[in-house]
Design a binder for this molecule. Structure first.
Ligand SMILES: CC[C@H](O)CC(=O)C(=O)O
Ligand SMILES: [Mn+2]
Length: 338
């Protein structure tokens, strides 16, 4: 595999879920400086749920995300700062603000069956001169044909690349291969992949995606991300180097950022816990983990039961309020049985 792989580092966005959206501008500056020195091409910075995500529904940010973005842009010499926007959560107003701060890439995401809601935001991002990526979340929930159909919509709206997101960390390598293969057959633009490690398959799935032609990959330093986190950037850098793929990232430098700057930020290392394992097993949005844990505590029940029930109900991003409803129902039904 002699390929050029373009990595986007997502610890300062997806990893925001893992720290309950409490990054400070000082932390962002230190991490971005390190990533920039390691020559990571893109660094995503936003609330975990994207621009405008700070709310009671999704979790309040400790620091206004525009301040974090400004700090990130100021800390870059080489890397480009990307932002996430989920239409319905973020708006064009925030996209404009981010662009004015010097952001270079917009990543517009929708649920895997709802690409049509991204048309306006993709067009606006392009108009603002941003490199624009479309991504389809919870891609395990749609059959391959549906995924391809939705990806083609994003391409038709002007996306420069389309990613499939394994948001629940539920896909197995052969399923990733099948999906990326089909996307590669049908799209002209670059294909990307974003994995979660809930079933310990983020790296295997990433390599499966690359084998089938994905050239844009999300990584997260020290795995910092929702659920069990994402494909670990520094490990991916080493593995791709062994495979003869080029990332342009300095391996020792990225290892040092992981060890010396990111690890000390973590209260506990990012690992596969029983709750994150259930996210992958039940096919539930990784960002639901912290909400489910809180609800479990509040109602005196097991977070795994909540997550399994959410999986059965096929709950998707934006339905965070259902977590409390499900927890309350489960607690009630148990009280009746007793
Ligand atoms: C809530 C947005 C979500 O975290 C986006 C993402 O990273 C994913 O779907 O995996
Ligand atoms: Mn994610």
């Amino acid at each position: 595999m002699t390929k050029q792989i373009i990595i986007t580092e997502v610890a300062l966005r997806d990893g925001s879920h893992a720290v309950a959206h409490q990054y400070t501008a000082e932390q962002v500056t230190r991490v971005v400086r390190g990533l920039d020195a390691a020559r990571v091409p893109y660094i995503e910075v936003s609330h975990g749920d994207g621009l405008g995500g700070s709310s009671l529904q999704y979790g309040l940010s400790g620091t206004n995300e525009m301040e974090l973005i400004e700090a990130a842009v100021a800390a870059c010499r080489n890397s480009k700062i990307a932002v996430l926007l989920l239409p319905g959560i973020g708006t064009v107003k925030e996209l404009k603000e981010a662009a004015a701060l010097g952001v270079k890439m917009a990543r517009i995401g929708t649920h895997v069956t709802e690409a049509d809601v991204s048309a306006q935001h993709i067009a606006k991002a392009k108009e603002l001169g941003l490199e624009t990526v479309g991504f389809l979340m919870m891609s395990h929930m749609a059959p391959v044909e549906k995924l391809v159909e939705q990806a083609k919509l994003m391409e038709s709206y002007g996306a420069d690349a389309v990613y499939m997101f394994d948001s629940a960390g539920a896909l197995l390598p052969h399923q990733v291969k099948e999906r990326v293969h089909a996307l590669r057959q049908s799209l002209q633009v670059d294909i990307g992949f974003h994995g979660h490690n809930n079933l310990s398959l983020a790296m295997a799935n990433t390599l499966a995606a690359i084998e089938e032609g994905a050239v844009r990959i999300d990584g997260s330093i020290r795995c910092l991300g929702a659920g069990a986190g994402n494909t670990q950037t520094e490990v991916l850098t080493a593995v791709l180097d062994q495979l003869g793929c080029q990332t342009g990232i300095d391996l020792y430098q990225i290892m040092d950022v992981a060890e010396e700057i990111v690890a000390p930020l973590l209260q506990v290392p990012q690992e596969i816990t029983r709750d994150s394992l259930v996210l992958g097993y039940a096919g539930v949005y990784s960002s639901f983990q912290l909400h489910a844990r809180r609800a479990a505590k509040q109602f005196g029940i097991d977070a795994r039961d909540i997550l399994i029930e959410l999986g059965k109900r096929k709950v998707v991003g934006g339905q965070e309020d259902m977590i409390i409803d499900v927890a309350a129902e489960l607690a009630r039904s148990r009280a009746v049985v007793l």
